[in-house]
Design a protein around this ligand. Sequence first.
Ligand SMILES: [Zn+2]
Length: 701
Amino acid sequence: MINKLDIDKIFEAARVEEVVGDYVTLKKRGVNLIGLCPFHDEKTPSFYVSPIKGIYKCFGCGKGGHAINFVMEKEMLSYPDALRQLAKKYNIEIAEEQQSPEDLQIQNTRESLFLVSAFAQKCFSENLYQTDEGKSIGYGYLKERGFREDIIQKFQLGYSLTNRSAFTEFAIKAGYKTEYIVKAGLTIEYTSQSGNTKSIIEKEEEGNQSDEKFAEVEKNTNATQNNPSLPLKPLASSYLDRFWGRVLFPIHNVTGRVIAFGGRSLRTDKKTAKYINSPETDIYHKSEILYGIFFAKKEIVSQDNCFLVEGYTDVISMHQSGIENVVASSGTSLTVGQIKLIRRFSKNITILYDGDSAGIKASFRGIDLILEEGMNVKVLLFPDGEDPDSYSKRMSNDEFKSFIKNNSKDFISFKTNLLMGDVQNNPIRKAELIKEIVLSIALIPEAIYRSVYVKECSRILDIEEHILLNELNKLRSKKFNEKNTAPSPSPSVILNKDENVLEQQTSEEKKQLLDASGEHQERDIIRLLLNYGKNIVIVEGEGLDEDGQPISINISLAALIIHELQHDNILFENLLYQNIYNEFVTHLVDDKVPDYNFFISHKSTEISYLTVDLISSPYILSNWKKNSIFTTMEEDILKKSMYNAVYALKNRRLEVMIHDIQKRLKENPPEEETMTLLQTQQGLLETKKTLNAFLGRVIVK
Ligand SMILES: [Zn+2]
């Protein structure tokens, strides 16, 4: 482990433009440098280096970071090894330090989980070839699905025996600690006070339907174990395989290590869930991973497109048909984390879903999420009852490839065609359809793409462009007001802030609004802290000075934000944001404000990456592209941005509380409760009003 002082020295010495300059030819462009991205194939440069900020960022593939990240990424090195390499380059002597026991512990746990998962994969694969049961049932199933031998091997498919503890016993015998086998989600620990194992097995049998029930059983046992105040009766533990009697699909992380499994049951009874997945573990976070990403990433980059399918077998069948840029969001509906993972390799996604109504609904949701991340999306729906797996088997590889090519539609044509059918000559339905499509266009962050889609929409729907633009602007400014993100170049938009926005919305929109957490608001506050925390703003203090003028106080923006949030005991729901915020609070005790360099070189790589993301946000991006119009704007109206962001978050919390009350009221609670609820609601509504009035005042000033 390298000592912190040396790490700081390396960070100081390693100028990002020099380090990157060793690999990329950079040209000066304003205050920045620009070149061809070394991480993806491009002909016009979208790779920026900002010597002032000490970071690089590619606006093509999204890669970004500081000098050390660059070396890690380019040379495929771990963080400490990248530091060592740079220390050599800059002749910095480093004193290696012992790792703290906690650090070692965390690292060891993760590594142990990787090791036991790799071991499990090997066992399950061997079962396919070396046991009678595996050969007849497991291998039999895969052959019946039409999977080729090379494909079975490539995806490391396997089989777990029907003996309920075969794997667990085998792993323990091979020397793996039960603790890690359980933590990796491969084995479930059951304890019972009576020691009646039979009843436990029955219980698990019922619980086998869903992961949730598993979790419940596990949680209960943990609670009993960890609570020393409970009477100490002898506990009988038994360990059973999670995936018994199932064909297994190992899930790999981006670097190709096995982190989890999906298991398909071959039993036909209704009680058994067809698919179960590993639970969340220290190495497996469902919402951040996509099935097949390791096998797909190279091809996603070279095709500059990623196919998104629904299941494990869809991914595998497409590989078998020679299409390798394909991933699945198995086990969850598509998440922002997964979309960001794809964006590391390409900005283009094609959704291939079932043509049934569930598939269509899923694709609508997916489209909006993808658009909101600033990516391009196409859609291909298979005929009802078909999926990529079934379809690819019916055609030759070439036929299948050209089917996909010819039937992928951009999202406007897709939505229009789908909804046009029942519109025909009904003008009201047509108006609704247009609204629906404009709603999606409004999600696209980049104005230039929005305008392209407006043109396209105008053509397809035969509607004048300015009408669409008008509708679009209405939606955008409404969205803007909801989010209260950084002020737009024309502050007049903010003046539209209208507390009745919520009332004017349709119930569906209202629901969406309330479903969402305060993620955007939280992110915006952290963005302001990182970019401008040190900036001094002037606020009015209480009382008057000797000339009878209001006292003005100079205070850092960070201190003002902390003051505002602590006043209402507001915490962040996103733990990463809370951690960054806590650092500011801690530093402020010593009257210091950390700047983004502190966070860029933070020991948590998550914090470091987030910081890079936030300090190269679109507002600053504009600055990189055109002089510094937007940044100046934002600094000028810093205090306004601050109040916007903080009050938007407070407002959001209020809305959620009001929503909860209204929900309870609809259930016709007892009269007494109704009275209390109505009173509370009244109070919240008044607070909201004051908040908005205050916000209005700050903005107008
Ligand atoms: Zn790039």
